[in-house]
Design a protein. Structure first.
Length: 379
């Protein structure tokens, strides 16, 4: 297998890293942290102009038809700058589900708008009692004469406050009662009886909890033809895990680079910290953890279109391993910076917070070690 980047992928990496380095400094991140939207609409427009919103979208809907590896390249660059724009929610999750499940009319009406930046999406699936079990959905969609009626609660909806349309999962109840199927429903964010309470995410960006109280939807709000959407949900979440793993690698690489530079200039007893052999060993351990994480993230990206069990094991393996590596690298960076590591003056703490948030998204390391083992027994 050739793991070298193609010329197009190399150019994507260089342009993304250059853009992030020029646009995302400490002042920009602090400004976004105090902004109610949590991100910059002007930067989102630049994403559209650069073609990043079009990356994974099929060419027939104005996209570029790229794959998970290209998404990973972009997400790693985003990690280096702690980018807070709703790329994961809109492109990696929302647009992917529409492309996977939607009818031709639904795709034509939405995917080109994602490409030009005029439509932002969110995926509302997690619930309090689910404990990261994707099949556990208590929200109910009742079939009624006029269309559908949704009731339920969703938590930890990434960038749901900024979305124009929210994709909501619900158990379908038809005229005969529970159907046993999970459906996906396109809910305009400003629909009456949809209550959104947003909050700041650890490490930047925002998420929200959503209450659906007898939300009335038209017939065509159901995404696709009504088949069970659970396999598509599992596919989309595994895809998001691969992207998040790449973002975590970018964060870890930045922490490593920052810590290495700090130990070269910080002197103790007249010598740089990096002259201490113990410090060198710790830096080497950090570098190994970053490289191992990069390999696991790449493997998860390469497996996104593999058979379900193979794909899921790669995603869970990456999530579990990168979660452990991320905590190690973050803790070492904090410790090697001494007391400065936990101050607002340095951004080491902000990067570490984003890594902590990564470990909880879509399940922590313990959950995914268990899932990986369970899938191995069924393979």
């Amino acid at each position: 297998m050739d793991l070298n980047l193609s010329e197009e992928q190399r150019l994507l990496r260089e342009s993304a890293e250059r853009f992030v380095a020029e646009s995302y400094d400490a002042d920009h991140r602090r400004k976004m942290a105090n902004d109610p939207s949590g991100f910059s609409p002007a930067v989102w427009k630049q994403f559209a102009e650069l073609g990043w919103l079009a990356l994974p979208i099929p060419e027939e809907f104005d996209g570029l038809g790229a794959g998970a590896v290209e998404i990973s390249i972009l997400m790693e660059a985003f990690g280096r700058g702690l980018v807070s724009e709703p790329y994961l929610a809109t492109v990696v999750l929302g647009a992917a589900l529409i492309d996977r499940c939607g009818t031709l009319e639904q795709k034509q009406a939405r995917l080109p708008k994602v490409v030009d930046g005029s439509l932002k999406l969110a995926f509302a699936h997690s619930e309090r009692a689910a404990r990261f079990d994707l099949a556990e959905v208590a929200t109910i969609a009742h079939k009624v004469a006029q269309g559908w009626r949704l009731s339920g609660s969703k938590i930890a909806v990434l960038d749901g406050h900024a979305a124009d349309e929210i994709i909501v999962s619900a158990h379908v109840h038809d005229h005969q009662g529970p159907s046993g199927r999970i459906g996906l429903f396109l809910v305009p964010a400003k629909t009456p009886s949809v209550a959104i309470r947003d909050y700041e995410r650890l490490g930047g960006g925002r998420a929200c909890n959503i209450e659906l109280s007898d939300v009335q939807l038209l017939e065509d709000a159901l995404l696709g033809d009504g088949h069970d959407a659970l396999p598509a949900i599992e596919w989309a979440v595994d895809r998001a895990i691969a992207a998040l793993g790449a973002e975590a690698v970018g964060i870890m690489q930045t922490l490593l680079d920052t810590t290495l530079e700090y130990t070269k200039i910080r002197k103790q007893f007249g010598r740089p910290l990096s002259a201490n052999q113990v410090i060198r060993h710790r830096l080497a351990d950090m570098a190994m953890q970053v490289d191992e994480s990069r390999s696991m993230a790449l493997r998860a990206a390469l497996k996104t279109d593999s058979p379900p069990i193979e794909r899921a094991r790669a995603a869970s393996g990456a999530k579990a391993k990168i979660g452990r590596c991320a905590r190690f690298v973050g803790e070492q960076a904090i410790q090697l910076h001494g007391g400065m590591g936990v101050t607002e003056e340095l951004e080491v703490g902000a990067y570490f917070k984003r890594l902590v948030a990564f470990d909880t998204l879509f399940g922590g390391s313990a959950h995914h070690y268990s899932r990986h083992a369970r899938l191995g027994r069924t393979a």
